[in-house]
Design a protein around this ligand. Structure first.
Ligand code: SF4
Length: 410
């Protein structure tokens, strides 16, 4: 399962006060891998099906003792660094495999342990198979924001998102989404994550999500690198995202949100980067595994078996110790290690080289353009062009409105 943090799907983006005040990029979100196993076996999963085997040696479920140690360290780290808002993102494997009693105790612990000076929020990314009304009511009562993974209509979703017997997951996940749709407006916002596959039309995936009541969504760039490239022509993914953008941008309802596009528009208009996959910024993600291991960005494991192991444990080491490990330091130097092709690229400031793992090769490590470079360039230039046209149109309209106003008043 592709299960990256789906923070604030309402579009209420995280602020980064610590970056502005200190100039140092510090993580404000921490992923807790509370379950190391999954009840699905998605073909593209970066945990189970891209060569990493570290999950096999970890406990299936994080103990509450480790979970409490993680919460304690996250809040203390926040206090030590003057961070006032922190996000704990619950991931797996499939996080609902921990069971309801575990989750109830954990969420009670979070509420009890949250210090007055740190606003701690919890998000959860699930494959949706086990989600039922009781789970949703538990999450609503603790303000947990839920993300569910679905790749569109059954005919496409069930090609990749299958269980261990190869059976598609659509019908069960759809029940979870129907429950989310019928929740009251007072429930926390929720969203859907899609992993983009240009062999299926993104516009139809988008329309399907709209049809079933989804308002917040994101389309993740698929996990490949230079040792294992995507199984389609390079221009197809760019076209997928361009068509999707035009369909979304042309949708009159501003309440329908696609995170990657919104984050890019925000950057184009001069804002700060809101997601790790965009903008010229370091990679600062912190992950705690079920055995307490402290690790950098979990997606980096697609670059080699055991790539993210550090030897650190959240029960014994402060989060700052990650900065002493080679891989985490590379993430901090993410922009310095980019090749000249990226630094001279016309969209460098917006793209930032894309996702760090998508740049991997055995020869140059992360000093390559993204394996999706051609598509990123095409999509970003298309969106910049759309914004320019829109701004030029508004400038002309406002000039002609002024001229009409002057001729009337004159
Ligand atoms: S579009 Fe390609 S060359 Fe340009 S910054 Fe992104 S990855 Fe690098």
């Amino acid at each position: 399962m592709r299960d990256r943090a789906f923070r604030r799907p309402s579009g209420e983006e995280d602020s980064f006060p610590e970056r502005r005040s200190t100039g140092i990029a510090l993580p404000v979100s921490c992923i807790l891998k509370i379950s190391s196993r999954c009840n699905l076996d998605c073909t593209y999963c970066y945990i189970y099906n891209k060569g990493d085997t570290t999950h096999l040696t970890r406990p299936r479920v994080m103990s509450l003792e480790v979970a409490r140690a993680a919460i304690r360290e996250i809040t203390e780290y926040a206090s030590r660094n003057g961070i006032t808002e922190a996000v704990v993102a619950l991931h797996g494997g499939e996080p609902l495999l921990v069971g309801k009693p575990w989750m109830t105790r954990f969420l009670d612990d979070v509420r009890r342990m949250a210090p007055a000076d740190v606003r701690l929020s919890v998000t959860l990314q699930s494959n949706g198979v086990l989600m039922d009304a009781d789970w949703l009511s538990l999450f609503a009562s603790h303000g947990v924001q839920v993300g569910v993974s679905l790749d569109g209509p059954a005919v496409w979703n069930d090609r990749h998102r299958v269980n261990h017997q190869g059976k598609g997951s659509y019908s069960r996940v759809r029940k979870a989404i129907d429950l989310l749709v019928t929740q009251g407006a007072e429930s926390p916002p929720w969203g859907i994550l899609v992993v983009a596959d240009p062999r299926f039309p993104g516009t139809e995936v988008f329309r399907h999500l709209l049809d079933i009541g989804v308002r917040n969504m994101d389309f993740l760039w698929p996990d490949y690198h230079h040792e294992e490239g995507p199984p389609w022509n390079a221009d197809l993914l760019g076209k997928y995202y361009i068509d999707l953008f035009d369909e979304w941008y042309g949708n009159a309802d501003p309440g329908v949100r696609i995170r990657w596009f919104e984050a890019l528009l925000h950057l184009i208009l001069g804002g700060e980067s809101q997601i790790s996959a965009l903008g010229a910024q370091p990679v600062t993600d912190v992950v705690v595994e079920t055995d307490g291991s402290l690790e950098p960005l979990d997606m980096l494991r697609i670059c080699g078996d055991g790539m993210t192991l550090t030897g650190l444990d959240v029960r014994r080491h402060p989060i700052e110790r990650l900065r002493e490990t080679e891989l985490y330091r590379m993430g901090l130097r993410n922009q310095e290690i980019l090749p000249n092709d990226c630094l001279r690229c016309p969209v460098y400031g917006l793209c930032g080289g894309g996702e760090m793992p998508h740049r991997w090769s055995k020869k140059n490590a992360f000093s390559n353009p993204s394996v999706h470079c051609e598509s990123l360039l095409a999509v970003i230039e298309h969106i910049v062009g759309t914004v320019r046209k829109e701004m030029a149109f508004h400038a002309v309209t406002s000039r002609s409105n002024n001229a009409v106003a002057q001729s009337i008043s004159g």
